[in-house]
Design a protein around this ligand. Structure first.
Ligand code: ZN
Length: 423
């Protein structure tokens, strides 16, 4: 079952300790002490002096992290270096005076084709930088693009995972990636100007609450400073552009990268359960395998609404699954400093040292290749075996998923005891 159930059980215990022993939970005590400890399974008791109790006011070092101009320059450089396999498009959209731009890199390692021809490939739509404060996700996107430009390292890693040398190359030849390295450019600008806790877009909307499915529903602990969903579904240019991309590409995979914790989520975000049926069970199996291969078994795995500790309404992943019928619709939470103070946002959402950043970026860019290897296990990922057998005869692509039982985590815990929202 992994760590998460233990964590949640201890969270419930800690909730009781905080409330039952003191009458009312003391906000300062909770923020400084309980909240970090809640995230450490097996260590939930009274505050300890060895955990940070204060906001360290950590700031991004732009000698380690790329600034926005540096990100955009590298994107341009990458597509210039790989004109046969990469294409950069900039989408612009406005709503009532608010304009947003979004850079989208299309990568076809087998050579760029037309949108129609892409329908015969494995199709992945990968979104990074949806929340401005989660800088690390953009670094993952850049590293992924570098690896796709020169897949030798990814192939070597695949061989180290025990696959034949041609397997990943065959999959890559039959794949198209649409990668949004920084969805929320306007929000990121706000963060780079010093508002390190900002997650919303350039006009104060959380674009991961602006989607049609269960839009606008508010939980009791709804915080507009974090989750304002906009005036209507798809009011925000960022969400509308992404929706258009999905409608055109019809992806098999939607992966929305976030940080704040380590987790691999599937629908639903707005309900505390995964969908019924063998397809969802197959998705869960893929996430469980990814957890072992790419997260050291540490990730929470399951429905976002069940596992993250709060229900989220109007999210992109629920829309991609429910409306766009994307079979593998995921939110990945790739990093979180669980000891950080509530308002120490850069520290909470991003690694601080060069080596740690490199480790996270390397691990999660590689995870995309692991996911590509696992995709053929899903019953709604069509034509891969046929493509493979008819064109290349690599039977090893046709791996079957196991029939392990679906499992889910235990009870929902209150967001106020987990910290700010992540997904
Ligand atoms: Zn996020």
């Amino acid at each position: 079952m992994g760590q998460r159930p233990d964590l949640q059980m201890h969270t419930a215990c800690a909730l009781c300790i905080a409330v039952c022993m003191d009458g009312q939970p003391d906000k300062q005590w909770l923020e400084a002490s309980v909240e970090p400890r809640l995230r450490q399974p097996g260590r939930v008791t009274r505050p300890s002096r060895d955990l940070p109790k204060n906001n360290t006011f950590a700031k991004p070092d732009y000698a380690i992290y790329k600034s926005m101009p540096a990100v955009f320059a590298e994107l341009q450089q990458l597509v210039d270096q790989h004109p046969r396999t990469m294409q950069l498009d900039v989408y612009n959209r406005s709503d009532e005076g608010y304009s947003a731009a979004m850079r989208v890199v299309t990568v076809e390692p087998g050579g760029l084709t037309s949108p129609e021809q892409r329908q015969n490939k494995l199709r992945l739509l990968l979104n990074f930088g949806e929340h401005g404060r989660e800088l690390v996700t953009v670094e993952v996107a850049l590293r992924l693009l570098r690896m796709l430009g020169n897949p030798a390292e990814a192939v070597q890693r695949s061989v180290e995972r025990g696959h034949g040398p041609h397997r990943l190359l065959t999959l890559l030849r039959h794949a198209v990636f649409q990668i949004v390295p920084m969805e929320n450019e306007a929000g990121r600008k706000v963060v780079e100007a010093g508002a390190l806790c900002e997650r919303k877009n350039g006009r104060g909307v959380d674009t991961n609450r602006n989607w049609q499915v269960h839009w606008g529903f508010r939980e009791k602990d709804y915080d507009p400073a974090e989750e304002y969903p906009g005036t209507r579904p798809f009011s925000e240019p960022e969400a509308a552009i992404l929706q258009g991309l999905a409608e055109q590409l019809k992806p098999h995979v939607w992966m929305n990268a976030h940080s704040g914790m380590e987790a691999l989520f599937m629908p639903y975000d707005h309900r505390a359960t995964i969908p019924d049926g063998p397809e969802a069970a197959a998705s869960l199996e893929i996430l469980k395998d990814l957890n072992l291969q790419s997260c050291g078994g540490r990730c929470a795995v399951g429905s976002g609404g069940k596992s993250v500790g709060y229900l989220a309404h109007g999210t992109a992943t629920d829309y991609m699954f429910e409306v766009q019928k994307v079979p593998l619709a995921f939110t990945w939470e790739i990093y979180g400093d669980l000891t950080a103070h509530y308002n120490d946002c850069f520290r909470m959402f991003n690694p601080l040292t060069p080596s740690h950043l490199q480790q996270v970026a390397s691990n999660w860019s590689e995870a995309i290749f692991v996911l590509l290897e696992l995709m053929p296990r899903h019953p709604q990922v069509p034509n891969v075996r046929a493509l493979s057998r008819s064109r290349h005869g690599h039977r090893e692509i046709s791996e079957e998923g196991g029939d392990e039982r679906v499992y889910l985590h235990n009870d929902i815990i209150r967001r106020s005891f987990l910290g700010p929202p992540t997904l």
